[in-house]
Design a protein around this ligand. Sequence first.
Ligand code: C2E
Ligand code: CA
Ligand code: CA
Length: 573
Amino acid sequence: MPTSVSSQPRQELDNLLEEAGDVVFRLNQIGQLLFASQRAIARIGGSAPLAGSALAKLVADGDQAALAAALAEVSESRAPKLVEVRIKTVDIEIWHELRISAYNNANGALELLVVGRDMTMQHATEERLRHMATHDGLTELPNRLLLSDRMRMVIANARRSGQGFSVATVGLDGFKKVNDGLGHPIGDAMLRMAAQRLRKTLRDSDTLARVGGDEFVAILPGTATEAQIKLVTGRLIATLQSPFEIENHTIYVGASVGVSVYPQHAEDEIRLLALADAAMSRAKETGKARAVVYNPSLAGPPQHDISLEAAMFQAVREGEFQLYYQPIVDAQTREIQGFETLMRWKHPTLGMVPPARFIPIAETNGLINLLGAWALKAACVQLKQFEEVAKRSLYISVNISPRQFRNDKFLDVLDDAIAFSGLLGEQLVLEITEGTLMIDPVHAESILSKMAERNARIAIDDFGTGYSSLAYLKRFPISVLKIDRTFIRDLPGSQKDGAICNAVLDLAKHLNLSVVAEGVETEEQLLYLEQRGCQYIQGYLTGKPMPANVALAALKESIHANVVPAELRQVAQ
Ligand code: C2E
Ligand code: CA
Ligand code: CA
């Protein structure tokens, strides 16, 4: 039997489409299946061809209307559209993101192409990000952020009901000795046990959060009288007094507790916490292992600090901080090799606050440790998702501020991010400035060698603007130099900047370092750098900093461009 003229290319097209997504369908104009990829058939659990049945039958009842609307819209407008629906598989319904586009087949009839991606991993990632943004990784207790959220709820309830509550800050006495004397693993095990013991003394309606190395905060709704406070704080102290048995060590620590009461002492979250903290400091100063309830004769922390902290914590609590990702591309092929993570603060009234304004504040009040740890972990998890879409290995570059770098917990934060995300150490680049290295070179040397043990690479950010001697390039295990934007801006016109860039590229070649040119905005700059052997480019020309979903779409487009045949590529744009 002669094959029809169009069936051969059609068959090839369908073969190509097999790989374009987790499920792929072709539909006629009324939404009936003309083709389903093998993976789609396997997923749905059918063995027989599905031709002729409606795509709507394969999706969950609750999503059929959305699907029908999207199909109709694409047929009408011819513009591609994304829709998320649950596809009914053999045993469960699985969320898929469907990209629907329209094209004309060889006979001129309208057909729809539906390429679907399994969203299970993305949803799980989102859930994990949400959890990790609100919980302490070590004890699994709520962190400062979730505490802040709960405080707001409890304050709102108390306002409505007129019933007071108290806030207790619990600080372990002598924890530093345990950590320094017996090592971090034992210190960590002790903290986990302490967290469990404290949690057990409280009611389900109480919140217990870990807010610092050895500091916890309990919100105690309905506990407002002196007698009630005494009872609860007595239990908190007692539970930590019995010894901790860990790996053949018998460890004695105690706890000092500070309490503030709503509404007597304060009516807002930040002040309640600050006053409980001040009371705890007094408990520590006056003999430890005791509870002190705030009273106005105790000096509170200065008002100025409170309002600064308030602005930052408010932003964290409201989820106003986000991560943007800026592509770092190969200068020759322009293929994305990795991303630099850049933090953004979207303030509801001030708008976008530039990091140059808020990072220094976070450095001063220490919030950078929390924000930086979050950024590192979230970026690593995000990279996994980028790779899943790009279907190749990428790397992530994260800025580390001087205070983070000096923090004793930094290596733990790093290990946690690597272990949690499952990235390989070598996929991580940590950007530090020359200044960070020079504050305490001896400490820097030891930290950097530990980072090198984990295969994480070190990049010198803003290279050329900081330190005058280059001897440190030999001393420290550095892998990447990032040429500062100010040397790129006036290229190719500026002879001086050209000379500097050439010198850096030369130096890097001899020391076997990679170079990223930052702030590349024009084709001329890119060409100039590429011709002089610069391998990597980062700048508005090849991609501005963008939210994760936009970066994902960019990566996805590059995949589609490779897989979807030219005939469909036009409609897929
Ligand atoms: P940086 O690490 O040197 O980041 C590069 C800056 O250059 C970013 O500014 C980026 O948006 C900007 N940029 C990139 N390409 C171009 C271009 O072609 N033209 C121009 N004019 N600018 C370009 P951004 O995002 O405002 O960040 C400023 C600084 O804030 C960063 O400088 C970094 O030092 C700090 N920062 C940002 N995010 C973080 C973070 O998560 N942690 C820490 N510690 N610092 C961060
Ligand atoms: Ca940087
Ligand atoms: Ca830089």
